[in-house]
Design a protein around this ligand. Structure first.
Ligand SMILES: Nc1nc2c(ncn2[C@@H]2O[C@H](COP(=O)(O)OP(=O)(O)O)[C@@H](O)[C@H]2O)c(=O)[nH]1
Ligand SMILES: [Mg+2]
Length: 229
């Protein structure tokens, strides 16, 4: 079974080599590919290509536009999303793949499930992440503890059968659209590690964009793409 690991990268030269090597190690025994949309002015792309990743260059336009491009170019039967910052533990991937093997269509890594305070997460981000999980549960009827996580495992059909429109809100959209459309979705608790290098997203601007994403699909139907039932 081929597995694609998809990421957007913007000036992640401090993290890229460790992220690629550690995910490759966690996926030992599987056929895998790294598909990276890169908008860096540092050596991220060069390092990633040197380690065998497929690198697509894109001018910086935001998290979701970059990640979507990587997702659209993935050829694996299973697709993993993650941030290129060292915060998501690759050791969690085998257990997530096991759940896919048991019949789930998407496994979402929850940084918040069962925790009162998340280590290595800024208080403002933690508050925002809890708020968005609550809002998604309330508005879309799919109970979740972390709707803004960057790490998930999908069966390819989930990615290819849905239209993805959001930028910073893509992480939310990747959770609630499959759930609303009836795909079998589950969360798995993970630890959250310290970030290598500085964040590339502004939490206030990102928060507003995510609110718009949440409202957009209360006003517009969520549908599969033409040709999928
Ligand atoms: N290609 C590309 N990647 C981006 C852009 N903005 C953010 N990223 C990447 O998206 C991922 C998530 O961003 P991150 O800074 O970790 O956000 P945080 O988790 O909210 O702190 C990281 O791998 C970033 O390098 C962008 O404009 N273009
Ligand atoms: Mg991150």
């Amino acid at each position: 079974m081929k597995i694609s690991i998809c990421m957007g990268t913007k000036n992640e030269e401090k993290a890229i080599a460790t992220v690629i090597r550690s995910f490759r190690n966690a996926l030992k025994g599987h056929d895998s590919e790294f598909v990276i949309t890169d908008s860096s002015s540092d050596r991220t792309a060069e390092i990633a290509s040197g380690l065998g990743a497929i690198v697509i260059k894109q001018k910086p336009q935001g998290y979701g536009i970059a990640l979507r491009e990587a997702l659209m170019n993935a050829t694996g039967e299973v697709i993993i999303t993650t941030d290129c910052d060292g915060t998501y533990p690759p050791e969690a991937v085998p257990a997530m793949l096991k759940l896919i093997g048991e019949g789930y269509d998407m496994v979402s890594a929850s940084r918040l499930k069962g925790k009162t305070r998340v280590k290595n997460m800024a208080l403002l981000n933690e508050f925002g992440n809890r708020f968005f999980a609550f809002a998604v549960s309330l508005l879309y009827g799919c109970r979740c503890t972390d709707a803004t996580t960057g790490m998930r495992v999908f069966r390819k059909e989930v990615i290819s059968s849905i239209e993805w429109t959001e930028n910073t809100g893509l992480s939310l959209e990747l959770f609630f659209k499959p759930a609303v459309l009836g795909f079998k979705v589950i969360e798995m608790p993970i630890g959250y590690l310290p970030r290598a290098g500085g964040t590339k997203l502004n939490p206030w601007k990102g928060g507003v964009e995510m609110l718009v994403t949440l409202m957009r699909y209360k006003l517009r139907p969520i549908r599969k793409r033409a040709g999928y039932t």
